[in-house]
Design a protein around this ligand. Structure first.
Ligand SMILES: Cc1cc2nc3c(=O)[nH]c(=O)nc-3n(C[C@H](O)[C@H](O)[C@H](O)COP(=O)(O)OP(=O)(O)OC[C@H]3O[C@@H](n4cnc5c(N)ncnc54)[C@H](O)[C@@H]3O)c2cc1C
Length: 460
């Protein structure tokens, strides 16, 4: 980038808030995909007015701008794949602006860490449920832009279910508000709905109004042990349809269970071929007892051999240990994990998993699966034994493509929570027809006619 641009931009934000030295360029070239694209500069705006002036300047001079939260994304959304400026929201724009107890909502800046909001809400008896596993470092701006989900999604839903209003800066520098602090608002198009999961391609989010709910008083952890993953997956949708409302319902398949036993010596029975683990919560002890009864009855009717309930925090932690360590455990099956976060309607889980294993067998891969069974979201891991073997890597990618086609054919989606970014862009044609892609491109053009904001992501 020409020096004259850096000089103009530093007049907007101050010299100390614009960096173009090598160390910063390397630090801001990554996200959790571990793919690298170096930007030309990183800017740390102080407020929406800085962002407005930066975007106005960049729009006039055709300079690419890529918004960034914590850089924990799994699909390359925050990477400057075509160069330009990284606009980093986490340094200055990270404040909790307000908790409104009477209307049960919070107003935050986009760089606030998810866990910081959870803690602040809980300190006053309120609750912000979306809890991505990256909750200790991912930002709420990143969560909204990816529509992040977490373990508690089975009962409480995902980020979009809590967004009431957004303030954002358009690529031409105009500042807009979308949504209100009201529960109901049907005036005009749902622009906040369009910005959610837009992966920083339409506008830079500068303020977020989030719904909070009362914090449930009691919680208990359960685990169901099944002989195989098919019975476990049948129990998922059947127990939910029979009135169970667990906070979380996570699953582990036979390969994951074996990996946990062999690598981490986790105390799961040798005969276990499928596990469901989660929490139930409520304000009354009776609600918890009722929920556990419904789950136990339904799990056992669907083939569970054991139903365990933790009697204290220590035991709960032990039950959760298996799920929390599924990802590191499966590395016993290969040197490269090609992992995707596909999602299917819950009733299709048994069929989807069988078909995924068959694709793995066809190419000679072990495909351990685990994830958020309660919302049909499977973390599929195609394990490549030798990542330096080009043929194996190519076959691994072919297997992934077949898995995408399979889930779309079943009415599912390429991504339940991680988004598209650069890594899933080549597969968008599987999920969307030309008319749908054209509509996406027209929405992009309406917000960003000069294509300066995070361009070429999501196959746009
Ligand atoms: C170990 C680990 C576990 C994870 N677990 C989960 C999980 O359980 N559930 C889940 O959903 N995800 C999970 N993720 C993925 C990731 O944490 C989420 O996608 C998260 O929402 C990204 O937040 P971030 O602040 O890191 O955003 P970034 O990675 O910095 O950015 C993500 C996208 O948002 C855009 N963006 C960021 N801020 C703004 C803004 N203010 N305005 C406009 N666009 C913006 C960026 O351009 C980019 O496209 C996990 C990641 C890791 C590394």
């Amino acid at each position: 980038m020409e020096n004259k641009h850096l000089e103009q931009l530093s007049k907007i934000v101050g010299q100390e808030n614009i960096k173009s030295d090598k160390a910063h360029m390397i630090a801001y070239s990554y996200d959790a995909t571990r793919t690298r694209f170096e930007p030309d500069a990183v800017i740390f705006p102080k407020d929406k007015f800085d962002i407005s002036a930066i975007l106005k300047y960049c729009n006039e001079h055709n300079i690419i701008v890529v918004p960034r939260g914590a850089g924990s994304g799994f699909t390359g959304g925050a990477l400057p794949a075509s160069g330009g400026i990284v606009l980093s929201l986490e340094r200055h724009m990270n404040k909790l602006l307000e908790i409104d107890m009477q209307n049960m909502l919070a107003v935050v800046q986009p760089g606030l860490i998810n866990m910081d909001l959870q803690k602040a809400a809980e300190a006053v008896g309120l609750f912000y449920p979306p809890d991505p596993a990256s909750e200790e470092y991912s930002t709420l701006g990143g969560n909204v832009s990816e529509n992040a989900g977490g373990m508690r999604a089975a009962k409480y839903g995902i980020t979009k279910d809590y967004v009431m209003a957004l303030e954002a800066v358009l690529p031409n520098g105009e500042i807009i508000r979308a949504g209100k602090k009201t529960i109901k608002d049907v005036a005009g198009y749902n622009i906040a709905g369009i910005l959610i999961a837009s992966e920083g391609t339409l506008a830079v989010i500068t303020e977020i109004t989030l719904k909070l709910i009362p914090k449930p008083k009691h919680k208990k952890t359960y685990m169901g042990i099944f002989p195989d993953v098919t019975t476990a997956m049948n129990a998922v949708f059947k127990s939910l349809a029979s009135g169970a409302s667990p906070v979380a319902m996570e699953f582990l398949d036979a390969l994951v269970i074996k990996a946990l036993r062999d690598k981490l010596k986790v105390d799961l029975p040798e005969f276990a071929g499928g596990v469901l683990v989660g929490d139930v919560d409520g304000n009354l002890e009776d609600e918890i007892t009722y929920q556990l009864d419904v789950l136990e009855k339904s799990f056992k009717e669907n083939g569970a051999t054991d139903f365990i309930v933790a009697s204290n925090d220590e035991e709960a932690k032990k039950l959760w240990y298996a799920r929390r360590n599924a990802s590191p455990a499966v590395t016993i099956y290969g040197t490269k994990k090609l992992n995707e976060d596909i999602s299917v309607p819950r009733s299709k889980l048994p069929e989807a998993l069988e078909a995924i294993y068959a694709i793995g067998d066809k190419y000679g891969f072990k495909v351990p699966c685990f994830g958020h069974a309660g919302d049909g979201n499977i973390h599929v891991n195609v394990m490549v034994k030798d990542k330096n073997n080009e043929q194996e890597m190519e076959d691994g990618h072919k297997a992934i493509e077949e898995i995408f086609q399979l889930v779309v054919d079943m009415g599912g989606t390429l991504s339940g929570e991680h988004g598209i970014g650069t890594s899933k862009a080549p597969f968008m044609h599987i999920a969307f027809n030309e008319a749908e892609m054209e509509l996406f491109r027209n929405i992009k053009k309406a917000f960003d006619p000069n294509n300066i904001l995070n361009p070429f992501k999501m196959a746009l």
